[in-house]
Design a protein. Structure first.
Lengths: 833, 408
């Protein structure tokens, strides 16, 4: 018996396998199962292996062999064994039918359910097979949700759309079609996903509408079923199909009126689109009963202004509706707050409304305080929504640096940590300093280095590039540890010319010292955060080096000199030219002026900084990047950028220019450059000057799309305002110019500035002034989203109780004509002035 | 290798039901396990129906949601565990834990919101199916709600043979996470308190995608703001709180709790009329509570108080700043065997891999390397990559645990 099957399986003769199985009882089949399973497992393993090895040890191809093996497995295995093998063991539908129709195991219904679940995808489903088994009475209708879900993609064929398929099998219209309204699906298996990617005539929407028109599906039941589906906990994308389908059914006003209660229930849906759908449906349903007030008010929580306005139009003014509306007043949107308050003002006065208004106090917009005070009968001053402290209570910012490491155990733990993550570039300097001082290789030290030497070796074996090549800080540190532990410095395969290569060179110097077993002194260890080095500390180290008889390393000397430089000693060799151009697609450009025309020497650090900003057209520009692997490893890039920021602390303007180039070129986040925000970090230092390039970077950051970039830029603005470092004139002018060129989005900018203004009254005043400077710098027709900035200005000035102070800003506002949001707000602002 | 999941069998007399009739909602929750096969714990009115319904809906959402799906995972939703309910004769507490182990939520109904009778004290599972959520979504603001926990005579009689049995494969990390989240709360302190308007403004301002790095929540005029630079309470995955927005308009107060130092798990307590909703977020969206390892050191040192916590017999009430007893309604034994790090540490000890030096340091030989464990001012340190990556933030590494076991 086994021999016959072995021959059939080896030949891939599926017909022989199926025919051979037909005469067997369950006991015989079970005896054959171990051999069948072993053969199938072997085939599966080799089918996967051939991809990498290219070796196929059989004469027949894998498809042929697998077909026969799968039939054999299905004909002999238990349900548990089949479940374990999963979709891999599923034969073609025709073969599967022949095998199971003949075998008829008692677990056939469970197998059908399992097959539906395992094999339902947008590429193919076993629906036809299961449908055939049902039709022939071999299995009952499966209760699994995968049965109707498998129908979504399981009906249509190249020559037959869903509509025709449903007409061809009218029994489906009695049960299966209605179950589609009860199951959600997921991934690409849902009505929403199906209809999104097919032509109209192939869609389920079209098919069901057509069947309804043909009288084959009851119109009323389809309307009800779609509303029932919306009440279920489906995800927003999949729920959307049911609301669209409901509207595509074009219910009459009477049909809508009959379903008012159902629409009202949907107002509690967590899906905003469903709430919006229900509100629109209720507007078309005609007059609503008085009892609808309560459920209607639930939609007032919507963050969409249009939905709230529609609900307010449906609500009849009354004390109860005003009370309910007042409960939703602390909305984040001022537009919605204004609409709600307008409605409340139309309603009869009521103590409960006043109580709700008072409760909402802290969440109300300052511009509404007078109107709210009128309702409450209180003084407007008492309604001031923003009770700012005069100055910011910023979290204390770190200005000092950690002490040098004091022992080998501390140093080993620090190095171990740096191999995994580098949160602070100063820790790299502490590690270099520690290795320079403690690099004597005593037996105890060698034993202690064991774990980190193993870890470093593993990192260097893997994907991390070779050390000291100017590519990866962590591979440099791994090379340093290896040199200390083994006494040998890894050769540098390819040395890139870049700022990171300069830093790599510094690590290599310390590694060479460790390999030589020659302790010394690191001159350049910073004494201040941001990389600064006190001159007296440097002198003391030089003295110590002389006493030890050791000669400082050359790159360490360069670095120490740069870190002790005062800002007055740094004369910039280049300025920067920048701006945005383009109409449909606005692009940001920045370059040094004069252009960097020649290749800087690898040790000419200031020149390397300017060269890193040099852009297109310079074939050699890329190697001068901060990191030769720019754009490849986000985390390591952030670490590299943070370390590079400490190289020339007295003049970080070219560093910020490079940051502005990165951020401005990706302001709409078309590429995930997570490292870019690292350019903003030094600006949080309270002593950091905010020059032109820093201001440019900050301005771009305030309007960045990515929440992290914009949030950090906001933090910088808050800190710079509190420290008195932000030049509002310069910032406003830059923002205005970039807004004129359509690079900056007003809504994002307004959101960041609103956030900054919450810190203190000093920030409120500064942001007001800044926006006025921006308005003064604008020319031409107002940007489409100017209303966001004007709305913020309106609220801030309302809280300060003053108007526009700058004549140039007033002149710009006067020039805004029309009835749009910006024009209305401009008139408000001018009226307050 | 130890099993990574346990099979949980829910056997309900019948399915839970919810109906709205003439302004009153009747919620009959069926129970399974705990002090009896189908215990009857409470029956009575909840005075504020709408907030209770909305909060229960949120719990249902948390119980079913994977807030994080690992990129390599096939998009298959795991079967979620049913909510746990505890009645202590005074309060009724509903607890859920997300399948991704990153979000824990609890609704406490206190005496001021309950008007009814307690039939027993204990903890059980309750059936909370999708049909229930449909009806709860329609509970109006003026409605009261009648709550029954456990089968009454009518249900038992009418259910006949329609008992419901459902099997859930519950990952052990889910159970471990449920214990860890209680310990995390016990280390938290109150950082900020917002009034109704401020709470609404803050919850509505939460971005759908706040970026991938942890943020800092700072108290400012008019509420809280999200900062990207150090200062305030460090928090991760705040977008998971967005579901609270619908409840914010009903809230009286929002409180933020966080740990004083260490990794940024946060707890958010929303005070609703007569009830409180606690939501605890793990430090990052992609990081569940199960690996936090806070129970490891007490378990390794034989601390008796750690055993009931690791077994899930204690919950933590942030409002009262105290643990409360609750026996999880599913069997769980061998707490140590479910902690892989502790198992590995015990193996190291058994293999004689730990020796102490004269200076008090321990040398732990593992995978051919001698790791050094030393006791610094801020606790034990190790030279292994685990400690280098996480410090003490996710519990002790196996080398530290082994040294602690030998030292004890």
């Amino acid at each position: 018996l086994t021999g016959d099957f072995d021959a059939a399986l080896a030949a891939g003769d599926v017909d022989a396998v199926v025919a051979g199985l037909q005469s067997l009882g369950e006991a015989d089949r079970r005896r054959l199962a171990p051999r069948a399973l072993a053969w199938f497992t072997e085939l599966k393993r080799n089918t996967i292996a051939v991809i990498t090895t290219g070796q196929w040890p059989y004469t027949s191809d894998s498809d042929t062999l697998l077909k026969a093996a799968r039939a054999m497995v299905l004909g002999t295995a238990t349900l548990a064994e089949l479940r374990k093998l999963g979709a891999w063991a599923a034969p073609d539908e025709a073969i599967a039918y022949r095998v199971v129709a003949d075998r008829r195991p008692e677990w056939l219904p469970e197998w059908a359910a399992m097959t539906l679940e395992n094999q339902t995808t947008s590429w193919g489903t076993p629906f036809a097979l299961v449908r055939r088994l049902i039709a022939e009475g071999l299995v009952p209708r499966p209760s699994t949700p995968w049965y109707p879900l498998s129908m979504i993609y399981g009906l249509q064929r190249r020559d037959r759309d869903v509509y025709e398929a449903l007409k061809a099998d009218p029994a489906l219209l009695d049960d299966e079609v209605w179950r589609l309204f009860e199951v959600e699906g997921g991934g690409d298996t849902s009505l929403a996903a199906h209809d999104k990617y097919c032509g109209e005539r192939q869609s389920w929407t079209w098919a069901l509408l057509q069947l309804s028109r043909d009288g084959l599906l009851p119109h009323d039941r389809l309307l009800d079923a779609s509303l029932e589906a919306l009440r279920r906990d489906f995800g927003a994308f999949r729920a959307g199909w049911f609301s669209r389908f409901h509207e595509a059914m074009r219910p009459s006003p009477d049909e809508r009126a009959a379903r008012t209660d159902r629409y009202l229930t949907l107002l509690h849906s967590p899906i905003p689109a469903t709430v919006s759908f229900a509100v629109k449906a209720l507007r078309r349903a005609g007059p609503l009963p008085a009892s609808a007030v309560e459920p209607l008010s639930a939609a007032l929580r919507s963050s969409a202004g249009s939905v709230v306005r529609e609900v307010l139009e449906l609500l009849l003014p009354s004390s109860r509706s005003a009370q309910l509306a007042a409960g939703y007043l602390p909305h984040r949107s001022i537009e919605i707050q204004t609409a709600l308050l307008g409605f409340i003002e139309k309603c009869p006065p009521d103590p409960a409304v006043r109580e709700s208004l008072a409760r909402a106090g802290s969440g109300l917009a300052p511009s509404l305080s007078v109107r709210v005070a009128t309702i409450l009968g209180a003084q407007p001053a008492r309604m001031a929504a923003t009770a700012h402290s005069p100055t910011a209570s910023l979290a204390p910012r770190e200005v000092s640096v950690s002490d040098p490491v004091e022992s080998v155990p501390d140093l080993v733990e620090l190095l171990a940590e740096l191999l995994e993550k580098i949160d602070d570039p100063h820790d790299i300097e502490r590690a270099l300093d520690g290795v320079a001082r403690f690099c004597k290789r005593a037996p105890e030290t060698a034993s202690r280095l064991g774990p980190i030497a193993k870890r470093a070796g593993k990192l260097l074996e893997g994907r991390v590039p070779s050390p000291f090549a100017g590519v990866s800080v962590r591979s440099d540190l791994a090379g340093l540890i290896t040199a200390w532990a083994t006494g040998a410095v890894a050769p540098v395969a390819l040395k890139h010319r870049s700022l990171l290569a300069f830093l790599s060179g510094r690590v290599q110097e310390v590694a060479a010292r460790a390999a030589r077993n020659e302790p010394g002194v690191l001159l350049s260890l910073p004494t201040g955060r941001g990389g600064t080095l006190a001159a007296d500390a440097l002198e003391a180290r030089r003295q110590q080096a002389r006493e030890m008889g050791c000669r400082p390393d050359p790159l360490d000397e360069i670095q120490a000199e740069l870190r002790t430089r005062q800002s007055s000693e740094s004369t910039p060799s280049h300025r920067f030219v920048y701006g945005a151009s383009g109409e449909a697609h606005v692009s940001f450009e920045l370059r040094p002026d004069p252009r960097v025309a020649r290749e800087p020497a690898p040790t000419d650090v200031p020149a390397l900084f300017y060269a890193a900003v040099e852009g297109g057209g310079s074939p050699w520009a890329r190697p001068f990047d901060y990191c030769a692997a720019m754009g490849e490893r986000t985390r390591e890039l952030s670490e590299a950028i943070r370390w590079v920021a400490t190289v020339w602390p007295s003049n970080r303007e070219p560093f910020y220019a490079r940051g502005a180039l990165e951020l401005g070129g990706n302001i709409d986040w078309w590429q995930a450059r997570w490292y870019t925000r690292s350019f903003l970090e030094p600006l949080l230092l309270p002593t950091e000057p905010v020059g032109e390039m820093a201001t440019l970077l900050l301005s771009l950051g305030l309007a960045a799309r990515e929440a992290g970039e914009r949030g950090l830029a906001t933090d910088v603005a808050i800190a710079a305002i509190a420290d008195g470092r932000l030049d509002l004139e310069r910032t406003g002018k830059i923002i205005g110019d970039l807004t004129n060129s359509r690079l900056l989005k007003g809504t994002r900018l307004a959101s960041a500035l609103a956030d900054a203004s919450r810190m203190s009254s000093q920030h409120v005043t500064s942001v007001c002034e800044l926006i006025e400077v921006v308005l003064s710098a604008l020319d031409g027709p107002p940007p489409s989203d100017l209303h966001a900035l004007l709305s913020l200005l309106n609220e801030l000035q309302a809280s300060l109780d003053h108007g526009i102070r700058r004549p140039t800003a007033r002149a710009y506002l006067v020039g805004i004509e029309g009835t749009g949001k910006a024009a209305t707000l401009a008139r408000h602002l001018l009226a307050r002035s | 290798m130890a099993s990574t999941a346990m099979e949980l069998v829910y056997r309900y007399v019948t399915e839970s039901r919810c109906a709205i009739d003439e302004g009153a909602t009747r919620l009959s929750l069926q129970t399974s396990g705990g002090i009896a096969p189908n215990p009857r714990l409470f029956e009575g009115w909840i005075t504020s129906g709408r907030p209770a319904a909305a909060a229960l809906l949120l719990l249902g959402h948390v119980a079913m949601t994977r807030f994080y799906t690992p990129p390599a995972m096939v998009a298959r939703i795991l079967m979620a565990a049913d909510p746990i309910v505890t009645a202590d004769g005074e309060n009724v507490r509903f607890e859920v834990f997300s399948p991704c182990n990153g979000v824990y939520a609890r609704l406490d109904l206190g005496p001021s919101s309950l008007d009814g009778a307690f039939f027993a004290v204990g903890t059980t599972n309750v059936d909370f199916g999708p049909h229930l959520r449909e009806v709860l979504a329609g509970v109006g603001s003026a409605d009261r709600m009648f709550l029954g926990i456990g089968p009454d005579e009518v249900a038992v009689t009418t259910a006949g043979g329609r008992a419901i049995e459902r099997r859930v494969s519950l990952p052990l990390r889910w159970v471990k996470g449920l214990a860890e989240v209680q310990l995390a709360q016990s280390r938290m302190v109150l950082h900020a308190q917002l009034d109704a308007g401020e709470a609404t403004q803050f919850l509505q301002s939460l971005p759908a995608d706040p970026g991938r790095d942890p943020v800092y929540v700072q108290a400012v005029a008019g509420g809280l703001r999200i900062s990207r630079s150090p200062g305030g309470v460090k928090a991760g995955g705040l977008e998971r709180l967005r579901r609270l927005r619908d409840l914010s308009f009903m809230a009286d107060r929002l409180r933020l709790y966080g740990v004083a130092t260490g990794d940024p798990a946060t707890a958010w307590v929303l005070d609703l009329p007569g009830m409180r909703l606690h939501v605890v977020l793990s430090p990052e969206r992609a990081r569940g509570f199960s690996g936090e390892g806070a129970v490891l050191t007490p378990l390794a040192s034989g601390d008796d108080s750690a055993t009931p916590l690791a077994a899930g017999r204690l919950g933590y009430d942030l409002d009262r700043q105290a643990f409360f007893p609750r026996e999880l309604p599913f069997a769980r034994g061998g707490h140590e065997s479910q902690q892989p790090r502790l198992r590995a540490a015990r193996r190291l000890v058994a293999d004689g891999a730990v020796r102490f030096l004269g200076n008090g340091e321990a040398v732990v030989t593992s995978s051919g390397v001698e790791h050094r464990v030393r006791w610094a001012k801020d606790g034990p340190h190790c030279t292994c990559p685990w400690f280098a990556r996480h410090g003490a933030g996710r519990g002790a590494c196996k080398h530290v645990l082994a040294a602690q076991i030998v030292r004890a």
